[in-house]
Each structure stands twice: as structure tokens, then as C-alpha cells.
Design a protein around this ligand. Structure first.
Ligand code: MN
Length: 220
């Protein structure tokens, strides 16, 4: 009666099957991906969502072939080209997810506060994105509010997780910097809210969310 699905995550799934299987759309405000993939007029979408789930991480997403390819980056991206940030590839997300900011109820998959931390367009710096993904080295330019310039995602064999592990690295260019972008620019690009603001307004766990805001930042 149901389709057999790959459950060990070792084999990369295409489409949104894994995304939907993990979520109860009666319980979470996240999009189910049923809307047609109304993409941006300005090229390929990229988003970063700051997500205080069981652990804080930054979800890095690149629009490709009608979905958002997704990586969870525990420390978030670094503007410093000498710093490599671990990025665990996770299930593809629907394009509409790129507009999501709010609270996933505790007890649901990924329960916690989600902030739209950066958003813009991305431009591949390789002639064949699919080949680059297979090879495990994808170069691209980000045109976001916070992240700009040239970057690379490199797949690594390190780690024992079933999830493919990549490294996100900034290339040397005029947008490289030693600035700690996560603590210097902690607010939502959509609403200027801090994590604690989002949790309070959307009835989440304010104390838990506030742990993800830099010390001394003032919620409104
Ligand atoms: Mn996440």
C-alpha cells in the first residue's frame, strides 16, 4: 500500500519524500511542498535558516531542480577563508521552505525556533552543477544580505554519520573577512527579529530560543 523508501539515508533521495515522511503537517507550520515551485525571478534561491532545535545549527539551502538542497551547519558559515565549516547534507526541502520563519512545536521533527537568517540568489561557478555535486566539489557565488562572494562546498569522507559530510569554505575575495558574522548580524533578514522575538510571538520556548541570540542582544 505504501511505496518502499530508502530509510538509511545513505543513498541520496531526490524529491521531497524524505522531507514529508519526517513531518506531521497537521502539527507543524512548515510548508508541505504541495504548492507549485514558484521560484524567484532573480535566478536560483539560496537561504540560510538559523534553527534552535535540540542543537543550534544553520540550515544552508540552495535551489536546484525544483527543490532546496540542504545542509545543516552546526557553527554557521565563516567569512574567513582559512576556516572550514562542517556541513551535514540533509533531506531536500520544498522551495517554499525558503520563506519559512517561525516555531516548529516541541516534540515534532526539528522542534524549535527557525529564523530566516539570510536570503538571496546563488550562481554556480561550474559549468555542470549535477556533475559537481556527484564529484563532491561545488563552487558558487552568493548574493545575499549577509553572505556574498565566492564559496565552495567540498564533500569529505570524514565522519561515521550516514549523512554525507561536506565542508563549506569561503574563497579569498573582497567579501572575505575575519568578522564573526553570526554574532555581529544575529537578526532575521525578513523581520529583523532575534530568536527570542520569534519564539515569543509564535508561542515557542523563549528561553531556549534566547540561548541562540548573542549575549547582550535585546529582544523587542
Ligand atoms: Mn534544521
Amino acid at each position: 500500500m505504501t511505496k518502499r523508501t530508502q530509510s538509511n539515508g545513505k543513498k541520496k533521495q531526490t524529491g521531497l519524500e524524505e522531507y514529508r515522511r519526517k513531518r506531521d503537517f497537521e502539527a507543524t507550520p512548515e510548508p508541505n511542498g504541495s504548492r507549485s515551485k514558484a521560484s524567484s525571478k532573480k535566478g536560483l534561491l539560496f537561504v540560510i535558516q538559523k534553527h534552535q532545535a535540540s542543537h543550534l545549527h544553520y540550515d544552508f539551502r540552495l535551489e536546484w531542480r525544483g527543490v532546496l538542497l540542504s545542509w545543516a551547519i552546526p557553527k554557521g558559515p565563516s567569512l574567513d577563508p582559512s576556516v572550514k565549516r562542517l556541513a551535514a547534507q540533509v533531506e531536500d526541502h520544498p522551495i517554499e521552505y525558503g520563506g519559512f520563519e517561525g516555531v516548529i512545536p516541541e516534540g515534532e521533527y526539528g522542534g524549535g525556533t527557525v529564523m530566516l537568517w539570510d536570503r538571496g540568489a546563488w550562481v554556480p561557478e561550474v559549468p555542470d552543477v549535477d556533475a559537481a555535486l556527484r564529484k563532491g566539489e561545488l563552487k558558487f557565488v552568493l548574493n545575499g544580505k549577509k553572505l556574498r562572494g565566492s564559496w565552495v562546498l567540498v564533500r569529505t569522507r570524514l565522519g561515521h554519520s550516514s549523512k554525507p559530510q561536506w565542508l563549506l569554505i569561503k574563497h579569498r575575495d573582497e567579501s572575505a573577512s575575519s568578522e564573526d558574522i553570526e554574532s555581529q548580524q544575529p537578526r532575521s533578514v525578513l523581520t529583523k527579529r532575534l530568536m527570542a522575538d520569534i519564539a515569543r510571538i509564535d508561542h515557542g520556548d523563549v528561553e531556549k530560543a534566547a540561548q541562540a541570540d548573542p549575549a547582550g542582544s535585546l529582544a523587542r
